[in-house]
Structures are given as C-alpha cells and as structure tokens.
Design a protein. Structure first.
Length: 256
C-alpha cells in the first residue's frame, strides 16, 4: 500500500542530506540561459494541442543535448514550451518521432523506457539535491516521485508515495507499437497545479525562479532495451543520470 508523503517529511529529508552531496557544484544564476515563463492569457484546455493564443507567446527551446548508454544514438527533434497562471504551470512537448513506442500502463511503472516526457523541478533557484519528478508516456501513463539525489551511500532515492493530481493531454500522428510503418510524431501537454508542491511554494509571484530540467525519452523498437535521451540543459558526467541537480537550468515567472 502506498503512503502519501507530506511537505514536513520532505523538508526533514532535505535537512538530512549528506554533507558530501551538499558540497558538490551548485547552480550559478545566469550560468545557463534563464527560461522565461510567460503568463497564459486565457483558460487552457489540456488536450495536447496548441489552440490557445497564449502558446504563440511561449518561449520555445529545443532539446539539443543527446545521449544514449548503449547502441546507436538517434537524434529526433523536440521542442519545449511553458506558460503559467495563478493556479498552474503548463508544459508542452512537441516531438518528431518515426516510431511511436509505449508499453507501460501501470502507474509508477517504467514509463522512462517508452516514448515519454519528463519534467523535474524544485521551487527554489538552487541545487538542493531534492526535486519533484513527473514522467508521462504517450499512453498517458504517469510516474510521479520525489528524488533525493545521491542521498544514501551515493545512491539516488525515489519516493513513489508522491501522487499529485495533474492533467495530461496527448496527440500523435502515427500508430503506437507498430514498427511496420513510419510515424510522424507526438505532442504532450501537462497542467501541474502549484498545490502539487505542498508548502514549498504554492503561491507563485512574478520574478520567482525555480530550478528545473526537461527530458524527452525516445524508444523506437520494442526489442530495444535502451533508448535515446535528449535534455534541455547539458550533463557533464554521462555516467550519472538525468537527475543531476547541479546541472539543472533556471526558469523565471514573468508578470506579463
């Protein structure tokens, strides 16, 4: 049985982070280009489409940092956008994909092994070695968690008891899990309420800055045990994982 995790528990775990982790390289504001999050001007419909005019004002970033642990690296183009309003943070992933692949249907399962979008964030502009994670595959199967990076004997801990309520919309051009044809791609939209972050920063104001990373996982064959990964902000140690908080970027909520 799952146990819900409270803000008090998360704060306690952060205070107990090992000294060796806290002394690693931290984010320096301005080291990475800050992502400017513009305000949504209208009600947002979470359907995997960019029909709302507000998306035209969103800053567009591309996933230019690719890596793969084993096998041939496949580089397929992806774009990322964000908006916000008083209640929610909105994400949009737009991904080219010639082979749509997703098998995981269990909540908190191995969504990262499918075509999926990932978003990691912490409501402070620093690398505190703890962050919230949201992973969703193109079947809209979700895996949400709290990460304590290198928390215990150099091991990263995933707390699966974090089960926030957020919206996901997906559209795609092609057929999922059919390798006999050539697909075009997929789009995913998320609406994450600020209340998902408990007592950390549920009331966002213009000028607030958060640390974050956005990830796209790209699996193109059912027989392939690995996948190609692309991220917004580069990693400098590929032997580690994509959860390295010292290499997150910064987002800033704008007043417009």
């Amino acid at each position: 049985m799952k146990t819900k995790i409270s803000a008090a528990v998360i704060l306690f775990l952060m205070m107990c982070l090992p000294v060796t982790a806290q002394t690693a390289t931290k984010i320096v504001i301005g080291q990475q280009p800050i992502y400017n999050v513009h305000r949504a001007k209208e009600a947002m419909v979470i359907d995997g489409k960019m029909d709302e005019p507000g998306w035209k004002n969103a800053e567009v970033r591309t996933f230019d940092n690719f890596f793969r642990l084993r096998g041939d690296l496949e580089k397929q183009n992806s774009k990322f956008r964000m908006l916000w309003d008083d209640e929610k943070l909105y994400l949009f992933y737009e991904c080219e994909d010639t082979s749509l692949m997703a098998r995981e249907t269990r909540h908190d399962g191995a969504t990262h092994m499918d075509d999926c979008a990932e978003f990691f964030c912490v409501p402070v502009a620093d690398s505190v070695y703890m962050h919230f994670g949201f992973e969703v595959n193109i079947l809209k199967t979700t895996f949400d968690f709290v990460v304590l990076w290198k928390y215990l004997d150099g091991r990263t801990i995933f707390i699966n008891g974090y089960d926030p309520q957020y919206e996901v919309g997906v559209t795609y051009e092609g057929t999922i899990n059919d390798e006999s044809d050539k697909d075009k791609g997929w789009k995913m939209e998320m609406a994450i309420p600020f209340s998902c972050f408990n007592q950390f920063n549920s009331r966002v104001k213009p000028g607030a800055k958060w640390a974050f990373q956005a990830v796209r996982q790209d699996r193109n064959s059912e027989a392939d045990r690995f996948r190609s990964t692309s991220i917004l902000f580069p990693l400098y140690d590929l032997k580690q994982d994509v959860h390295q908080p010292c290499h997150f970027g910064i987002l800033e909520f704008l007043a417009d």
